[in-house]
Ligand binder design. Structure first.
Ligand SMILES: [Zn+2]
Length: 147
């Protein structure tokens, strides 16, 4: 649900917000002209937590990487595969109305249907906070193979 009032962010949420706005500064969006950043809070097998960032990278019309997936793969590469939450922002008001694309949401569903999604407006205010499973009308979530 969209937020009508400005909620106070927890320390963790604020760390995600700071990370996602750093991430969006690296976006390469020559094709879509929409710069997107993502920050994932994840845990490894030792229970350590870390934030991994990603931005959209548009190499060609046939090779586009979404920020949410880049952040997820960054964490996965470092063996942080227990996803807790993901923050997303962009410089497009239209993109800010969406809680990630269907492909990215499905990838996160495989890892943690209870993952929290945070969408931030370009002015750094929280626009949307929703549990991933609650954003899926008819979820498909067998256990992922990469965990
Ligand atoms: Zn996506």
């Amino acid at each position: 649900m969209a937020l009508a009032t400005k909620p106070r962010l927890t320390k963790e949420e604020d760390a995600l917000r700071r990370a996602v706005f750093l991430a969006v500064s690296f976006a390469q969006a020559e094709i879509s002209k929409v710069r997107v950043g993502a920050a994932v809070l994840a845990f490894n097998g030792m229970g350590e937590r870390s934030i991994f960032t990603g931005c959209n990278v548009e190499i060609s019309f046939s090779r586009v990487f979404h920020a949410e997936n880049v952040a997820l793969l960054n964490g996965h590469f470092c063996r942080f595969t227990k996803i807790s939450s993901v923050a997303v922002t962009s410089d497009s008001k239209e993109k800010q109305k969406a809680a990630m694309c269907g492909c990215c949401r499905q990838d996160y569903m495989y890892l943690n249907p209870n993952c929290m999604i945070y969408i931030f407006n370009s002015n750094k205010s929280l626009r949307l906070k929703v549990k991933l499973i609650d954003s899926m009308a008819y979820p498909y979530a067998p256990k992922g193979k990469i965990v």
